[in-house]
Design a protein around this ligand. Structure first.
Ligand SMILES: [Zn+2]
Length: 192
């Protein structure tokens, strides 16, 4: 695969020395062996058979893919209670709206809580800088992708809430809320 170093807006700054994080230990022949072994154990005592696909508590949660977040535990939820939508930065993208439409009309959702968090990688910088950081690290020009960082997490949360509320595909009666999660204390602060 050839990686372009020239984007639609001209060349990015030189990548300089590229460093990549060291790979995690994995079996030489199968990088997923550990997880698949764990699944075999999980399935031996599997207890969720028969759960309905509708969200038992009528809730959808939009949150970040951050590995420090436990979406069910942080909200006192059990498997089956809620639809969990995760992406980088908990942003309300077109695909999140697509999933919410399906969740609302087909899967029992009537409440949506959007939960970005403090110390998110997506709030550390702006769009142009983030593209540059990726280019500097990899040589790959990502500027044709919209990364949607959120340097102002409160402003972005309010805008994302408004995006849900103003969607012509979602009902006006849909309850929409927003809260910011603190990955260091486990606390949520309600914003909207
Ligand atoms: Zn995050």
């Amino acid at each position: 695969m050839t990686l372009s170093r020239v984007g639609p807006d001209g060349p990015l700054r030189s990548a300089g020395v590229t460093t990549r994080p060291a790979a995690r230990p994995a079996r030489a022949d199968d990088p997923f062996a550990s997880e698949l072994d764990a699944n075999a154990t999980y399935a031996e005592t599997f207890s969720l058979a028969g759960l309905e696909p509708v969200a038992a508590r009528g809730l959808a949660v939009v949150t970040c893919m951050d590995s420090r977040i436990e979406p069910l535990e942080m909200l006192g939820l059990q498997p089956g209670d809620a639809k969990i939508l995760r992406n980088a930065g908990a942003r309300v993208t077109d695909d999140v709206l697509r999933a919410l439409v399906l969740a609302v009309y087909l899967l029992g959702v009537d409440r949506v809580l959007v939960v970005p968090h403090l110390r998110c990688r997506m709030s550390a910088t702006d769009e142009a800088t983030m593209h540059q950081e990726i280019f500097d690290a990899s040589g790959v020009d990502t500027r044709s992708l919209e990364l949607r960082p959120a340097p102002d997490v409160v402003a972005s949360l309010r805008a994302d809430i408004q995006r849900i509320r103003s969607s012509p595909y979602l009902p006006g009666a849909l309850a929409v809320g927003g809260a910011i999660y603190d990955v260091d204390t486990g606390r949520l602060q309600r914003v909207v």
